[in-house]
Every structure is written in structure tokens, then in C-alpha cells.
Design a protein around this ligand. Sequence first.
Ligand code: GLY
Length: 411
Amino acid sequence: MKRKTILKAAVFGGMIFLVAGVAMAAYRPALNTGEELAYCDSKVKRALGELKDADGEIDYSMIPRNIPKDSARWALRPSCPEEWCSGFYPGLLWYDYENSGDREVLRHAKGYTDEVAKIVDKPLFDHDLGFLIYCSLGNGYRLTGDEGYRQKLLAAADSLSQLYNPAVGTILAWPRNIDMFGGHNTIMDTMMNLELLFWAAKNGGNPYLHDIAVKHAETTMKHHFRPDYSCYHVAVYNQTTGKFIRGCTHQGYSDASMWARGQSWAIYGYTVVYRETRDKRFLDFARKVTDIYLKRLPEDMVPYWDFDDPRIPEAPRDASAACVVASALLELSGYVDAETSARYLEASKRMLKSLASDRYKSNAANSSFLNHSTGHHPAGSEIDASIVYADYYYIEALTRLKRHDNGLAVI
Ligand code: GLY
């Protein structure tokens, strides 16, 4: 071969190599939803095995809550009104049953759910009754139509409505903390408990439950956000006149900071309120609280526990907030114009892809799905840990994505 021909062939070959290299680098394989759900199922099976006693029985009254960094086993908490996370483990079992069809998982989902249902008959403790009952019995009812679950859900919604203060127009979050905050305290997390009220109003409950949920969302929209649409964790009101007193934090870095999970509750909460009202004010608001969150995310789409912690990038992450938002965006993307929809869908997929990487998955280390969530940083509790609500919203998001990919409604 002539020298010139050899040179040409070498240049051509080099170019092909370069183009292939660039294409490879840009190629990001899509999240394999089936594989991730199978991963969750394998973790559920491992956890259920670990939770069994010597006789092969599980004490359903003790519910997985977290796996601290230095531990490999779920720390259990009693199922009671004071323990706000009791609904998440049964809830994630329901999602795993929905995806796997495994009747053994169904048996355990029912076992835990029946324990959590007992909370409805106990004195009302605080606003978390929504989380407790809707994530557990709500999913149980959705999948089985069990009339007993429906009755308990309705009773829980009635009970929760007792915390509504008409002078303020919101649900009181923590009755025990009125003195501590100097008034009626509402927290952003309460937006998540409205879903139970909306559900009840549509399923045989008092229509008033819908109305107070809407009023709560309106009042919160008015007072609980800063001009940039980041939220306070807590809003304090005069319990007699309803006057807004101040916004502050309880679990965030400071009164002025954007606590990641608080903002994630706002995104999810306003998406639900729009679903249930079809009132465009709530859709616009859901978009605004979403956009400030997306704008401030780090490259890997999983937030630091508080967006304003000055120790960033050394500060711990909160994978749980990423799971909540990934799930919410799959729903919100169905309500907006095509361009925004594509943007939200892409953001959700990038969050899930990141969460599904070895950086966040617990893999062989323990029987949770994910590491790196932060519960209550100021109290020094559950920092950089596996936390049950991260797993709950992770499997919910994956289930929603699977439905979306199969051309089904995500909700
Ligand atoms: N207070 C509920 C949460 O930690 O998000």
C-alpha cells in the first residue's frame, strides 16, 4: 500500500475512533425500572428474613424506621401515634406486592397494616396521622378494596380534621408545641397529610374534609413561602385571630434556609392539591416551588440536606428529598405544557438514575434500598442514614415510572 493511502486510512480510522469515543461518553443508559424494582424486591425479602424471630414470626408492632450508618439492621420503633414513620414500611410492602405479585409480601403488608390501623382508635396525637394511615391503609385499600381499611381511613380523616383551626385556616401540626412556638404551628410536612382528607371526601367522608384541605393549601401558599418560593419549615399563627406571626425552622439549617425535605413536601403537596382541585392557582404554585428546587440542585440531582448549609459540599445529602421529588415530578409532568413536561420528566429520571447508582444504593451493606438520607440534622438524629421514607418514595417513584413507561396513568 502506498504511504499516502496508509496515512489516509490511519486518519480515517482515528476519526472513527474519536467519534465513537465522544458518543460513548455522551451515552447515558436509561434507568432500567424493572431491574430497580427487582432490586427493591430483593431488599424487601432480605429485610423480612432479618425481621423474623427464631420461630419465623415477625412482630408487626415493631416497625422498621432507619438503619444508622454504623449498623446493618433496621432499627425498629413501636407502631403508635407518636411515631410518625409507622406507615411507610407497610406502604413500601404494598408497592413491592403491587410490582412483584408475591403473596408472602402481601401477607406481611397486611400484618403491618393491621397494626398501624390500631392507631386510629387511639387519642389523636398530631397531624402525622395522614402519613401514618394513608401510606399504609391507603395503599392497602387501593390494592385490595378492603372495606375495613376504608372505614379506618375515613375515621382517620375525621380525626385529623379536629386539628383544623378555622380562625387560622390551617391544620395544627404539633399540639404539644404551641407554647414552644408561641402559637398555632403549621409545618410544610402537613401538605402531605391533605391527601387523606381529599381521599376521604371522595370515598364516603364529609365533603367538608375537601374544603379544609383546600383552605389549608391556600393559607399555606400565602404565608409559608419566601418571595423566591422556598418555604419555611414552620409557620406560626395567632391561634385566636389567625394572624401570621412568623416563619421559622425546626429541622432546617436556619429560619432563612431552604430545608431540602421541606421543599420536597411542598412540591409533592401542591401537585396533589392541583390533582384534587384542578385549580390553576395550585398548578402555578407547584411549578414555582419546583423550579426554585431544581435550579439549586447539585449536579447529581440529590440535594444536600439543606440548600444553605455553609458546609456544602461537605454537608450530608438527603436522598429522601430526592425520592419525594422524583415521585412528585412524575405526576406533575402530566399536568403541564409539553416543554415543561419533558423537563420535569427528564429531571425525575435523572434523580432516579442517580439514586440507583452505587453512590446512593445500599447494595449489600444492609436491607434498605438507599443510603444517605438525613432526618433531623439540628437534633443530630438520622444523619446520612438509611431512612424508611426514602425507600417508600423511591419505590413509589419507580412504580410511577413503570406505569408511565407502559403508557398508563402514573396515579
Ligand atoms: N417532620 C417530618 C420530616 O422529617 O420530614
